[in-house]
Design a binder for this molecule. Structure first.
Ligand SMILES: [Zn+2]
Length: 83
């Protein structure tokens, strides 16, 4: 078994998997990683793959946090005030 992103594993790829990254615009970089960018599946370099992964993780954490914070805050707002 060869490594998917190195050596023998990328010999069959066009230009050995090298090209221009659609995200950072770097040329002659290995673009081997499938990522969803604006709903489209594109191949990006490893730097952008890591950046997108970190961004997605951060957003997921943030969404979880806000959902947890909003739940108890909504309860007292719904009670009608009789004044
Ligand atoms: Zn890139």
């Amino acid at each position: 078994m060869s490594k998917a992103h190195r050596g023998t594993g990328i010999r069959k790829e066009v230009n050995h998997g090298r090209g221009t990254c659609p995200v950072c615009g770097k040329t002659q970089i290995k673009v081997l990683y499938d990522q969803d960018v604006d709903g489209k599946k594109v191949k990006v370099c490893k730097v952008c793959k890591a950046a997108l992964k970190n961004k997605a993780q951060k957003e997921a954490r943030l969404a979880k946090k806000t959902a947890a914070a909003e739940a108890p805050a909504e309860a007292p707002a719904e009670t009608p005030s009789e004044a």
